[in-house]
Every structure is written in structure tokens, then in C-alpha cells.
Design a protein around this ligand. Structure first.
Ligand code: GLA
Ligand code: ZN
Length: 670
């Protein structure tokens, strides 16, 4: 069941605003902030992120008065509040009073108080004090009319390898494996005499310690996700018990390997993420990130919680977003399912390491700036859109599998090449469909595949229990499954499959892999199509496989395995399962995927010229078409028909739209 519902009934529109840190500024500035926010069309402000010491300067002293004023001031000015719990940066007094709360580095060394996110996620004191703060905030502001969303902490991050975490990890392993025998078997510890004879011998993967037991590594990653998630849930449960009607989120960070966001998303009411692409990042890669976050909660609209209005400061080169790009990228997020356009940050601080980070108001404190004008224009447009878009869903029939456990396992494994680049590999397949403007959902091994015609699982090295059966069901009912080289190697604890590769996927793929060749960077092979339709380049890795029931669609053109299968198709029931035994070039992937989606009648509503992106969100079944011109020149887009109405420009549209440089349009049926 898909519901077209806003995140908060108190704010049924696309939110426009961002991080606001009034605690860094004297009171005089606050009135000016409110005045300028209204001028810029800011409707939502995120307050409280990192405000812990300003709210609790000592364990027994709370100072909420300034936040009272801010919450009231926002409300008076018609601005909603996303209220953050401040737990991402504990105050210095807290680290001093509870030194065990400090995080340990990869050598197990307790760090001094510093930076932010410097707490041990398994510290009982941290959980107690962050929980108390969450309770105090909920009790004080739970009924505040400005409050629309809880923002728990900020960007859960990294890992801790302290003694507390080591002890909790052992308990976690006992619960997972039951016995040391089982753990020793799953981790294959007889190798190098690593068999544990007592639980106490198990250590976290310290940098100078045991980092080559892959089962341990992937379990420590899972344990750290659980540890951070427990911090989130601790605060969430307290907030929820006091304010059951206020939704709760935390902000995620995109392609962030150290934490399994699929598992985070299950505990969040709405997904929110901070989007910081390079200024020259290809738009398809940004689209992939948005689609990943939309996928985390199975297609539910997400929040763009942060983006810079102009430039970052933490990248090697922090180019300005060109005029028009802020608007274009904001609508790109919306086009992929975002129901907000929020910035980091409202006002640039005068000190600290983010004093050169872009903001709506920069140090000059002026509104007569390019950035302020662009933000205000966007604010006015978003206000005019009202509730036309919020809650609308995309409708993809192609799913691409992404899995955090696999990410860790495949890149941790030693061989057959050092760089496996799992994320980039999945993105490469995604981009082949993006180039055709075919909507794609990012899905996970535990997703429901029933709405999809095509499921693609590139480099799925780790295949979890139940996955192969789901794939078989998909194919039998007429769906298509595609996987690639280096898939089906290990189970969830990183043990290689007993009957070789591709493990449990062998049946649906109708083949077995005998060997895998690794190619040097400057080395390639070729994909020679059996029907003489072309020759393509491939490289990176090359599986040498034998088909059982699968048909050979292409063979290697070179080397000692010339003539062996490189592309195969196995028909099972009403569908097909393809294996790509090597890493093909883009021209192969383009043709390959177009061929498959065509069989299902999947095609974009509008075929735009290169550099123009088209997506469709559906609200109450009616399409909302986004046209995004990523080119620095104007283009004409032929529509499928005349008579659409533009939500951004007045009037009806003919059978063609001209989009200026970085221009956007949003069309609906009349
Ligand atoms: C992150 C944080 C913000 C800020 C920005 C800077 O997203 O959540 O507090 O540090 O980065 O880009
Ligand atoms: Zn710790």
C-alpha cells in the first residue's frame, strides 16, 4: 500500500530551510535571522544540533530559556521547527566526569575530548545522559506548535574499539552464535591456529591486532551498527513515549560504509540525508544516492536534510555551485522522492572549522547576494507548489540490489584483485538505466521483489540465506535477474560456499564457475556476441565458467579462455537469469539493459536529449513529470503530447519545452 502522505500533517508542503545555530550568536542577531528567513521563504529550521553544552552546562543545570525564545520566535514568524537532540557532541564537562564515555581509536586508545561524535556508543553514561536530554526536550517542547519532527543526534559515525565495546561485542557474539564451537566454525579459525578456546580471547579488530579474520570484521561492522542504532533507539523510544505523534529521524550520509543504513531506516519514521556531492559530480551519481535513500524505506519519500546553498569547505576543492545549480539539484532531489529542500547552514559561524562553509547568510550578513537571491527564488517557488508534490511516490519496475554486509565482505576479502569498488560497480549498472531515464529503485536482499520485472545484483559476493529462493520466484513468474562476476562466493559469515560458485545462485543461473582471472588496469578482453551483433570490451575480473542449462549469448574474444562463455542466459519458468562473467564497458550495458526493459514495455514517458533527466512521481495515481536540464546550455525537449500544465511556469505547455541552462520544469496532466 502506498500512501501519499506528508511527513507531518502540520507541514503538508515541501519544507524549505535548514540548520540554524542561534546559540552561536548574540540575541540581536536572532531578530535579524527571523526577518531574513521570512524574506528567503524559509519554512522550516533545524535547531539544537550540537547544542548540548548550551542546554546543559553542568549535569544538574539545564538552560532551556534561549531555546524557548527561539522556538517561540520561529513560531511567531510562521517557521516550523525540526528539533534535534544535541547528542552528537557531548560537552567537555561530561567527558571529564565520565572518561569512559570517550571513544577509542582503531588502536584501542581512548581519545581526548575533541571534535564531535567522540563518544563510545556502548557507554552507559552516554546512553543515560543523552536519554535524559531527549526526555527533557520532549517534556518541554513536545506540545510546542512549531515542532514537526525530531532529529535525533547528527550523522551517526565511525566506530569505537574500547574495552567496553570489546566486552559488549563478546556478549553480542554469544547471542549470535550460541557456542564458541559454532563461532570457530563460522569464522574458520583453525586457519593460522586462530581457534578461540575462551570467549575472552576475542578482541575487536584493532589496527595492530586481528584484522584478517573476515568473519570477525564483518561481525564487528554489524555490531557497531547495532551499537549506534541502540543509541538512536534509546533516544527515539523516550521521545516516542512522550510525543507519539511527532515523527522521528536522524540524518544519514549517503554512501557511508561504516553503518548499515538499511537497518537504521527500519527504526526511523522517515529517512533523512545530507547530500554533499562534488561541484563537478555527474548528476547520475547524485541521482543514485537519492534513489538509495528512497529505497531505504521501500520507496517512502525522504528528507533532503542538508545540502550547501553554495560550497562546502571540507573537500579538496570547494567550487561554488554555479548560478542555477542549487535550484536544479534541489529539484533533482525532489524529483527522486525528497519532500524537503534544507541547507546546511542558515548563517555562517565566525569561528570553528566550518567558518568557511557555504551558508544562506555569509559573514557580510547581507541579503543582497547571489546565494540569498537563489535561495529566496526557490523559497517562493516551493511555497507556490503547496502540497502538489508532497507524499508522491515513484514507480520503478527495475530494482538494483545494494547490501552493506556485502560491501564490507567483498572489499575485505584478499583477492582476486585488491580494489573491488562494490559501490562504484553497483552505480555503473544503475547509470546504464539512468542514461535511458528508466526509473530504478535501490533494493536490498530483504526487500520484497514482487513489484519488479528486473532485479540486478552486481558483484553480490555474499549471498544470504533465502535470497536465491526469492530470485528463483522472481524468474519463475516471468521476471529477469542479472548478476555478475564475483557473485555467489560466500555466505553471511563470509564462509565460501561448499559447492563452489555462484553458490545458491547456481541453480537459477544454470552454470558453475571454475576459475576467476584478474586483469591488470591496462588489460582488457572482449565480449563477442554469439549472434554477431557486436564486440564489446570487458576487464577487471573474468570468470571462467561452464554452462549447464544456461545458453551462451557471448564468449570471450581473447586469451587462453577465448571462446568460453562471458554472457549467459538461463530460462527458468517464464523468466530469465543472466550472468555477466566480466566487467563490460558502458556501451554493452546500455544495449543489454535496453533489450531487457523493452521486453517488459518499460520506457520513459519522454525521451529527452542527452543531459536532460526525466523522472515521474505519482500523486493519487496522477503523474508529476520532472524535467531537469543538467547542461550549461538550453535544450528543447519533445513531449509525448501537448497540453501538460507546468507547476513552475504559468499556462499550458505545447508539444515541446525549451529548458534554459540548468533549467527545470515540472509538468502535470490537465
Ligand atoms: C554534515 C553535518 C553538518 C555540517 C556539514 C558540513 O553534514 O551534519 O553539521 O558539518 O556536514 O558540510
Ligand atoms: Zn567503546
Amino acid at each position: 500500500m502506498t500512501v501519499d502522505r506528508p511527513v507531518s500533517p502540520k507541514a503538508p508542503f515541501i519544507w524549505h530551510g535548514g540548520d540554524y545555530n542561534p546559540e552561536q550568536w548574540p540575541r540581536e542577531v536572532w531578530q535579524e535571522d527571523f526577518r531574513l528567513m521570512k524574506q528567503a521563504g524559509i519554512t522550516v529550521a533545524t535547531v539544537g544540533v550540537f547544542s548540548w553544552v548550551s542546554l546543559q552546562p553542568a549535569e544538574d543545570r539545564f538552560t532551556f530559556e534561549w531555546l524557548d525564545e527561539i522556538m517561540d520566535g520561529l513560531h511567531r514568524n510562521g517557521i516550523r521547527a525540526i528539533l534535534a537532540t544535541p547528542s552528537a557532541a557531548q560537552p567537555g564537562w561530561m567527558s571529564q566526569a565520565y572518561p569512559q564515555m570517550l571513544r577509542s581509536d582503531d588502536n584501542g586508545q581512548r581519545r581526548p575530548h575533541r571534535h564531535r561524535v567522540n563518544y563510545c556508543p556502548n557507554s552507559d553514561d552516554y546512553r543515560r545522559l543523552s536519554g535524559n536530554m531527549a526526555r527533557a526536550l520532549a517534556e518541554r517542547y513536545g506540545d510546542h506548535p512549531a515542532l514537526i519532527l525530531w532529529h535525533v543526534s547528527n550523522e551517526y559515525d565511525g566506530r569505537c574499539l574500547c574495552d567496553t565495546c570489546a566486552a559488549r561485542f563478546r556478549e553480542w557474539l554469544q547471542a549470535r552464535y550460541g557456542s564458541l564451537n559454532e563461532l570457530n566454525y563460522r569464522w574458520w579459525t583453525a586457519f593460522w591456529s586462530h581457534t578461540y578456546t575462551d570467549w575472552s580471547q576475542i578482541m575487536p579488530p584493532l589496527a595492530t591486532g586481528e584484522v584478517l579474520t573476515h568473519g570477525l570484521n564483518v561481525d564487528y561492522f554489524r555490531f557497531m551498527t547495532d551499537s549506534h542504532l541502540a543509541c538512536f533507539c534509546n533516544e527515539r523510544d523516550i521521545l516516542r513515549s512522550i510525543t507519539p505523534d511527532i515523527p522521528i529521524t536522524t540524518n544519514l550520509m549517503g554512501a557511508y560504509k561504516p553503518l548499515d543504513y538499511r537497518r537504521f531506516a527500519r527504526e526511523m519514521d522517515v529517512v533523512a540525508w545530507d547530500c554533499y556531492p562534488r561541484a563537478n559530480q555527474p548528476p547520475g551519481e547524485i541521482a543514485f544516492m537519492h534513489d538509495t535513500h528512497r529505497g531505504l524505506k521501500d520507496g517512502q519519500p525522504f528528507l533532503l536534510m542538508e545540502q550547501t546553498p553554495s560550497s562546502q569547505n571540507w573537500q579538496a576543492v570547494n567550487a561554488l555551485k554555479r548560478p542555477g545549480v542549487l535550484r536544479l539539484w534541489s529539484y533533482q532531489a525532489v524529483a527522486h522522492g525528497a519532500d524537503s529542500v534544507l541547507y546546511f547552514q542558515w548563517r555562517r559561524g565566525r569561528g570553528g572549522c566550518e567558518k568557511l562553509h557555504g551558508a544562506v547568510i555569509e559573514h557580510a550578513g547581507r541579503a543582497d547576494t547571489r546565494v540569498f537571491r537563489e535561495v529566496s527564488q526557490l523559497g517562493a517557488e516551493l511555497a507556490a507548489l503547496g502540497d502538489a508534490i508532497v507524499g508522491a511516490r515513484l514507480n520503478a519496475r527495475v530494482g538494483i540490489v545494494f547490501d552493506w554486509d556485502n560491501w564490507h565482505a567483498v572489499e575485505d576479502a584478499v583477492g582476486p584483485v585488491r580494489d573491488k569498488h562494490y559501490y562504484a560497480t553497483v552505480c555503473k549498472h544503475y547509470l546504464a538505466l539512468y542514461r535511458q531515464n528508466i526509473p530504478v529503485d535501490v533494493v536490498f536482499p530483504d526487500s520484497d521483489f514482487s513489484q519488479y520485472d528486473l532485479i540486478i545484483a552486481p558483484m553480490l559476493y555474499m549471498v544470504k540465506a533465502g535470497f536465491a529462493e526469492k530470485v528463483e520466484a522472481l524468474v519463475e513468474r516471468g521476471g529477469t535477474f542479472v548478476t555478475t562476476y564475483h557473485s555467489g562466493r560466500v555466505d553471511e559469515t563470509d564462509l565460501a560456499f561448499e559447492n563452489g560458485y555462484p553458490g545458491p545462485l547456481a541453480r537459477v543461473l544454470g552454470l558453475w564457475v571454475e576459475e576467476t582471472d584478474a586483469l591488470y588496469d591496462d588489460q582488457t578482453n572482449t565480449i563477442v556476441m554469439a549472434d554477431n551483433s557486436g564486440v564489446f570490451t570487458c576487464g577487471h575480473l573474468a570468470d571462467l565458467l561452464h554452462t549447464g542449462t544456461a545458453a551462451v549469448l557471448a564468449t570471450y574474444g581473447e586469451d587462453f579462455y577465448q571462446g568460453m562463455p562471458v554472457v549467459t542466459r538461463n530460462t527458468v519458468g517464464a523468466g530469465d537469469a543472466y550472468y555477466l562473467a566480466s566487467d563490460p564497458d558502458d556501451s554493452f550495458l546500455d544495449r543489454f539493459y535496453v533489450g531487457i526493459v523493452r521486453q517488459y514495455g518499460i520506457a520513459p514517458v519522454i525521451q529527452p536529449p542527452d543531459g536532460v533527466e526525466v523522472t515521474v512521481r505519482y500523486k493519487q495515481g496522477k503523474p508529476i513529470i520532472f524535467l531537469l536540464n543538467h547542461r550549461a546550455e538550453s535544450v528543447s525537449v519533445a513531449l509525448d503530447k501537448a497540453g501538460y500544465r507546468s507547476l513552475l511556469h504559468a499556462g499550458l505547455v505545447g508539444s515541446q519545452v525549451t529548458l534554459g541552462k540548468y533549467e527545470v520544469d515540472i509538468l502535470v496532466e490537465t
